[in-house]
Design a protein around this ligand. Structure first.
Ligand SMILES: NC(=O)c1ccc[n+]([C@@H]2O[C@H](COP(=O)([O-])OP(=O)(O)OC[C@H]3O[C@@H](n4cnc5c(N)ncnc54)[C@H](O)[C@@H]3O)[C@@H](O)[C@H]2O)c1
Length: 718
């Protein structure tokens, strides 16, 4: 053994080949934490000093290659300013250069994920052989960053500036076929043949059959582009990337800038340019929020895994009641992720619709080459449409997704309870009815809870798992396990009107109604909130949700929280509802909807909505952008604070992720508590107090005032 550490080792194979194996002890994946970086450097010392080495093979001892940097180390390093950031990056940059400058050829066997720093070490090697199940990529922009260990320097020299800019700016993982086509890797082989193939390639380089030195020269030299070519490439790419990312996400453009400024110079200088861009990105609020978001995502994943472990059994068979929009979506997602599911309705038409929707989604995957027709058949076969309860005694979990009527749900729930086995967990996908109230119909309320999906099910990641008064831990564990298996992000919350997400969304809508009442233009509100980062403004969102659904939910919220959400005026949504403008579903709401060329609804502005609103709202007046934002966001923030204080949600991290995954809260802001922490509670309280006359939703809680006084934050020291 030439080197043996806790993160990697180097051992001599036959024929003078040294194998450097990444295998981080005590972790399921390899990552470039400080330990790995330091041992990588020591391993290179050993390789450089050893006699008789003819070539180096890089491998992984885990099912992934290397997933990237250790993001938990970012927070501390980034807050130490430019020097701290440079310090975190420099050592591994040295490592990459030393690997690239070894006096012998190097080949990497990419057996699984090689992302970020993991892919950068591959690029620093001379040859890359990829397993057919592996993925490569530079996803740093997803954290508001750019590659910092030579990715923007080496990738364009390996695959060309256009492909490199596209890959880095999008941050997507690349499959073996795409990597091979782009010449990012030299060969793709079945995983079990990977090491042999890599060794063979290394042998050819050692024998002089392959000119590895010429390859290195390309990676260390300027890129041979003339000025016109460069201008064409960078000008259009930057404009395109900038438009795609939007002003709130500066790092994709910074990545292209790094390539642009570095293409004319050699490796060392180009690396310096990359580091400047990296440091600039690392200091943005966007990077801070996105890094925080990544860590929060890991936290909620761990919590969910923790629940899953507590389940008495694995979810092998499921059932859904109601084959409508939601039931069809739930059946599809369950089948797609491998769990057979019975889909029961009382109406054959409903079943036909549910199946049609599932096969439409699958056909799209087949058309895009992401699924074979055979797999599509298998998936559809996992959905068992039925009009009866036959076989329900054999399912582990049932999701009820019938119409939103207490009476109907009560009768359906008690009926199904009689058909399933004693331990089957029954979950309701209700969006507004109290879980405790629904549980009244059941003999085994401990086996009952809420499983609230968002529409469309296949797209929206969040599932609220709602614990009722009598729900057992095992019932929660099973439903969390089912959501995990469906590839969703389950967050466990307590029962209350609106549960978590709708409970804070409707105060936001109330903020909207008050602004419109006071003379604000709803289109202007939409624009301002979209610029703030929401995927759609509140009027448009209500149209998409359905005005009728929204009005019904508003009533539920008003009943549940009369002091804060009781209405004292006719809201814009009521006006639309009374005029039967139900939103996108019937082609008219705040906006009118037409079909675009692809048959999708396209919103168009209309005077009709303004005419209807006129008698119910103040004279039109302009509101400052900041006033609109504050009046919209304060109610959501104060209500979320209440949810945390009341234990509806367990932690700021879960609350932040719920809004991001459930309703598209702007990710670059990290979530509502991250946003509040950034503003500072003292500042927020001052801001909210300006609007005290607008009612209870604008009043910070006592705890918020206390936090303001003590200078506390939700995330504390993280
Ligand atoms: N649509 C949404 O955006 C959304 C989002 C989250 C939750 N939800 C909730 O999901 C549930 C279903 O909503 P949807 O939009 O899919 O409704 P939907 O009207 O599209 O579908 C309801 C289906 O239930 C069937 N049904 C009625 N009674 C039944 C019974 N006794 N047994 C079996 N099937 C029966 C109907 O035939 C219909 O196919 C509701 O509780 C709703 O509040 C809806």
């Amino acid at each position: 053994m030439l080197f043996s550490g806790k993160a990697l080792s180097v051992q001599m194979l036959d024929n003078g080949i040294a194998e450097l194996t990444f295998d981080l002890q005590g972790e399921s994946v390899n990552k470039f934490n400080r330990q790995t970086v330091s041992e990588f450097s020591q391993a290179l010392d050993a390789i450089e000093a050893a006699d008789g080495i003819k070539g180096v093979l890089l491998t992984s001892g885990k099912s992934v290659f290397i997933v990237g940097a250790d993001i938990t180390e970012f927070g501390g390093a980034f807050s130490a300013g430019p020097e701290g950031i440079a310090d975190l990056m420099n050592k591994n940059n040295e490592n990459m250069n030393r690997l690239e400058d070894l006096s012998v050829p190097t080949v990497v066997a990419i057996n699984g994920y090689a992302l970020g720093g993991g892919f950068e070490v591959c690029l620093a090697s001379d040859y890359r052989v990829m397993g057919d199940q592996a993925k490569v990529g530079l996803p740093e922009v997803k954290l508001g960053l750019i590659p910092g260990w030579g990715g923007t320097v080496r990738l364009p020299r390996v695959v060309g500036v256009d492909v490199a800019a596209e890959w880095i700016a999008a941050g997507k993982e690349q499959r073996p076929d795409a990597a091979l086509t782009a010449h990012a890797v030299d060969a793709v082989v079945p995983t079990d043949k990977l090491k042999d193939a890599a060794l063979k390639l290394l042998g050819r380089a050692i024998d002089g059959e392959l000119d590895y030195k010429a390859r290195r020269e390309v990676k260390k030299s300027p890129i041979p582009l003339n000025d016109t070519e460069a201008m064409m490439a960078f000008f259009t790419t930057k404009a395109f990337v900038g438009a795609q990312a939007g002003k709130n996400y500066p790092s994709p453009v910074a990545a292209v800038t790094s390539i642009e400024q570095g293409y004319k110079v050699g490796r060392e200088e180009a690396l310096k340019i990359e580091q400047e861009q990296f440091i600039e990105c690392a200091q943005t609020d966007t990077a801070e929020s996105l890094v925080n978001l990544f860590l929060n995502d890991q936290k909620i994943g761990k919590v969910a895994k923790g629940w899953e472990k507590k389940a008495d059994k694995k979810i092998e068979r499921a059932a859904v009641l109601g084959a409508g929009i939601m039931g069809g979506g739930i059946a599809y997602q369950s089948a797609y992720k491998g769990t057979p599911i019975k889909m029961k309705d009382i109406d054959q038409k409903g079943i036909d619709l549910g199946l049609k929707e599932a096969s439409k989604l699958l056909t799209k995957l087949v058309d895009r080459g992401r699924m074979t027709p055979a797999k599509m058949g298998e998936t559809l076969n996992r959905i068992e449409p039925t009009l009866s309860y036959d076989g329900f005694d054999n399912v582990d979990v049932v999701v009820e997704a019938v119409v939103e009527k207490l009476k109907v749900k009560h009768s359906v729930l008690s009926e199904v309870e009689g058909k399933v086995s004693d331990d089957t967990v029954i979950a309701s996908n209700t969006s507004t009815i109290s879980i405790d109230k629904l549980a009244e119909a059941l003999k085994r309320p401990e086996n009952f809870l809420g499983m609230h999906f968002f529409n469309p099910v296949h797209k929206m990641p969040l599932v609220e798992v709602i614990r009722g008064e009598k729900t057992s831990d095992n019932a929660i564990a099973r439903v969390v396990a089912f959501a995990n298996k469906m590839g969703k992000k389950p967050i466990v919350v307590r029962d209350c009107p609106g549960f978590l997400v709708n409970r804070v969304l409707f105060p936001y809508f109330a903020g909207f109604s008050m602004l419109v009442r006071d003379g604000a233009d709803f289109q202007e509100i939409d624009k301002v909130m979209e610029r703030w980062g929401w995927p759609m403004g509140p009027a448009y969102l209500m149209d998409v949700v359905g005005i009728d659904t929204g009005v019904h939910a508003e009533e539920v919220m008003a009943e549940g929280f009369p002091d804060r959400m009781g209405k004292s005026f006719k809201a814009a949504s009521d006006v639309m509802y009374e005029a039967e403008r139900y939103g996108q579903k019937n082609g008219k709401g705040f906006y009118n909807y037409e079909e675009d060329k692809k048959g999708k609804p396209k919103k168009v502005a209309t005077d009709e909505a303004y005419e209807l609103l006129k008698p119910h709202v103040a004279e039109p007046q302009e509101f400052e952008k900041d006033v609109i934002i504050e009046r919209m966001m304060i109610p959501m923030a104060t209500e979320m604070a209440r949810c945390l204080e009341e234990g509806i949600v367990d932690s700021p991290a879960e609350a932040d992720m719920a809004l991001i995954y459930g309703i598209g809260f702007p990710p670059f802001r990290g979530g509502i508590f991250t946003w509040l922490d950034k503003i500072g509670m003292a500042e927020f309280v001052k801001m909210a107090d300006k609007y005290a006359e607008l009612g209870e939703l604008y009043k910070p809680t006592e705890r918020m005032r206390e936090m303001a006084e003590k200078g506390e934050t939700y995330y504390g020291d993280k």
